[in-house]
Ligand binder design. Structure first.
Ligand SMILES: C[S@@+](CC[C@H](N)C(=O)[O-])C[C@H]1O[C@@H](n2cnc3c(N)ncnc32)[C@H](O)[C@@H]1O
Length: 225
């Protein structure tokens, strides 16, 4: 397993994806204004090699930054990126280490595709956010059901999951519901909307030149005060 995680960290290192689009910057500025009022830390969940740090800086708010990333082989590169940006960052391997209601802003950028259990991850995100805190997500998602792109995603999904650390192109949420435990399926946007936020805003868009990873959502969700 260590060898595999080391390989993933090398791929990340060779393929830095640390650009912030104007729309992402605008979203982060809005989130930063919310976080400034609420205080606490800024949490970068699934920070990988630190490619999210320019997005964090786009929030234009000075709060302690905590990067939560289970793959320790990415930490050295993440530390180097933080130093380059003069951003002070501490690291944790797991969200379970983070106290309840301690974050004013939590970012996931292409992470909800990779977590083992999306619902559990969202519940943890909700737990660590302070009342009034903001969750910002930038995620690639499943294409519309029945579309040619969705068929492509379904075909290449096992390869991507094997090669890219569980990243699922057509992420579906398998949830047990009802007394008889019937299976139902949802998508990342639905999983986010199903949490008891006071406000959720989602934009669906296509990232150019990203093939089966082009369908994206970005947005924010605010935890009630
Ligand atoms: C596709 S990478 C994205 C990395 C970074 N956010 C970026 O955009 O460059 C997904 C990251 O999520 C991390 N990850 C997976 N499950 C996680 C979990 N339960 N908690 C925190 N991070 C997790 C992986 O280790 C990986 O670094």
């Amino acid at each position: 397993m260590d060898g595999y995680l080391w390989y993933i960290a090398q791929v990340d290192r060779l393929n830095p994806d640390n650009q912030v689009s104007p729309a992402e910057a605008e979203l982060m500025v809005r989130a930063g204004k919310i976080a400034k009022k609420v205080g606490g830390s800024i949490l970068d969940l699934g920070s990988g090699s630190g490619n999210d740090f320019p997005t964090i800086q786009a929030a234009e708010v000075i709060l302690p930054v905590l990067a939560v990333e289970p793959n320790r082989f990415t930490w050295a590169k993440a530390e180097a990126q933080a130093q380059e940006l003069k951003l002070s960052v501490s690291f944790a391997a797991n969200l379970e280490e983070v106290p309840n209601e301690s974050c004013g802003l939590l970012l996931t950028r292409r992470v909800l595709c990779s977590v083992d259990d999306q619902q559990e991850a969202l519940q943890e995100i909700f737990r660590v956010l302070k009342p009034g805190g903001v969750f910002v997500f930038i995620e690639h998602v499943a294409a519309e059901e029945g579309s040619p792109l969705r068929v492509t995603q379904e075909v290449f999904r096992p390869v991507q999951q094997a090669m890219a650390n569980n990243c699922d192109m057509a992420r579906l949420l398998d949830a047990k519901c009802g007394q008889d435990g019937l299976e139902m399926q949802g998508e990342t946007e639905k999983a986010i909307r199903d949490m008891p936020w006071s406000n959720v805003e989602v934009v669906n868009y296509e990232e150019a030149f990203n093939g089966p990873l082009s369908p994206h959502i970005r947005g924010l969700a605010v935890k009630a005060r």
